[in-house]
Design a protein around this ligand. Structure first.
Ligand SMILES: *Cc1c(COP(=O)(O)O)cnc(C)c1O
Length: 375
């Protein structure tokens, strides 16, 4: 077997091509309407997406990081407040904390799924803790219902929960979709996410009318009505009509897109499990976002994969507190054992809705023929 294939890590154009006719029509629609911001498509998308999440309200914004910042502010998080989160999830919550001046407090993750270790959260709460950011990493859902129970039992009912759902549109815990369990939830529609726009986009979802109202003001200059700014820290972060119209098309197809990702995970799991530890086990409750594995000889395996045309990536190579940007910023760390080892061993293989069977089979053959020889 020569180097006869090149498997890219991601190619969102493939899934958008599937819906080209519908997407073209959506774009024409916006052009014809002459309405570009906060129009009917945004309103309709917000309603439809709230429905999808089984939540009462959706406020769309410019991207997933703005969504985190605005959602944290809507919970009353201010400079100096503590926000409990994990250090292995790409640093987005940390970025939002930095903008606000809030202090991230990092707890460890479970050894198996690399999600927030719920049992460590209560021990990390201090008198200035405002919120826990629970990140539904790699498409897998954190059991937010159990997290809420734990906090309540410890008399921390005032500590809010923000679900970061940027990697998990459509994941669930039991019959509860992510985004419906915490006080507030945030989403990104970056092109490679499970629900991806043709550019940037984000949303905040909540069952609480006051939080939604606060987010509406914060996303547009703090306005309570036109030119009348009622609250501080408002800014401009809007989803545009074009992206909303496109997202409406793709939201209709999200269940089938997630099913494709989950079946890619099922295939890769069978193909790779003899050789590496699989982090993202196949599961009907996962949205199916990334396919993540781990091995002590990560560097060697990735080099061999690359030699045979199979792309891979690391999500994520550096923990938040090890980023250069955090060296002068305040933070607190609880135990980090599993996060540290995982960051040295994990890597991700190509897994997206548009990946085809031939590519998946090729990855399987590369593991059987070459990776088998070096592990
Ligand atoms: C992508 C992502 C974000 C940020 O989304 P942007 O739209 O790129 O700002 C936040 N959290 C997680 C977990 C993500 O994967």
């Amino acid at each position: 077997m020569g180097n006869d294939m090149n498997v890219l890590f991601n190619l969102p154009a493939r899934e958008n091509e599937l819906f080209r006719v519908e997407i073209d029509k959506a774009i024409q629609d916006v052009l014809d309407s002459g309405y570009y911001l906060l129009g009917n498509h945004v309103k309709a998308f917000e309603q439809e997406f709230a429905g999808f999440c089984e939540a009462a309200n959706c406020v769309s914004v410019g991207n997933g990081t703005d969504a985190l910042e605005i959602a944290l502010r809507s919970l009353g998080v201010m400079a100096g407040d503590e926000v409990i989160t994990v250090a292995n999830a790409g640093g987005y919550a940390t970025t939002a904390c930095n903008i606000i001046g809030a202090v991230p407090v990092y707890v460890d993750v479970n050894r198996a799924d690399l999600l927030l270790d719920i049992d460590q959260v209560v021990g990390a709460v201090s008198p200035i803790t405002k919120c826990v950011v629970a990140t539904h990493l790699y498409g897998q859902a954190v059991d937010v219902v159990r997290l809420r129970e734990k906090l309540d039992q410890a008399a921390y009912s005032h500590v809010k929960i923000l679900e970061d759902c940027a990697q998990a549109h459509g994941a669930s815990i039991g019959d509860r979709p992510v985004g419906s369990m915490g006080d507030v939830a945030t989403f990104s529609f970056y092109p490679t996410k499970n629900l991806g726009a043709l550019g940037d986009g984000g949303a905040i979802v909540t069952n609480c009318a006051e939080i939604a109202h606060s987010c509406l003001q914060l996303r547009q200059y703090g306005w309570q009505s036109k030119y009348d700014s009622a609250v501080p820290f408002g800014r401009n972060s809007r989803l545009d009509e074009l992206q909303a119209a496109i997202l409406r098309v793709k939201l209709k197809h999200l269940p089938e897109l997630n099913a494709k990702r989950r079946s890619a995970i099922e295939f890769l799991y069978q193909a790779c499990k003899p050789y590496v530890d699989v982090v993202t086990l196949p599961s009907a409750s996962s949205a199916g976002h990334l396919f993540v594995v781990r091995h002590r000889q990560r560097g060697k395996i990735r080099a061999e994969l690359s030699l045979h045309g199979v792309a891979s990536d690391i999500h994520y190579p550096l923990l938040d507190m090890d980023q250069g940007s955090m060296q002068e910023q305040p933070y607190r760390v609880m135990s980090m054992d599993h996060s540290v080892t995982a960051s040295e061993e994990i890597f991700s293989l190509p897994c997206y809705a548009g990946i085809d069977t031939a590519e998946l089979q090729y990855i399987g053959r590369v593991f059987d023929l070459y990776i088998s020889k070096i592990v």
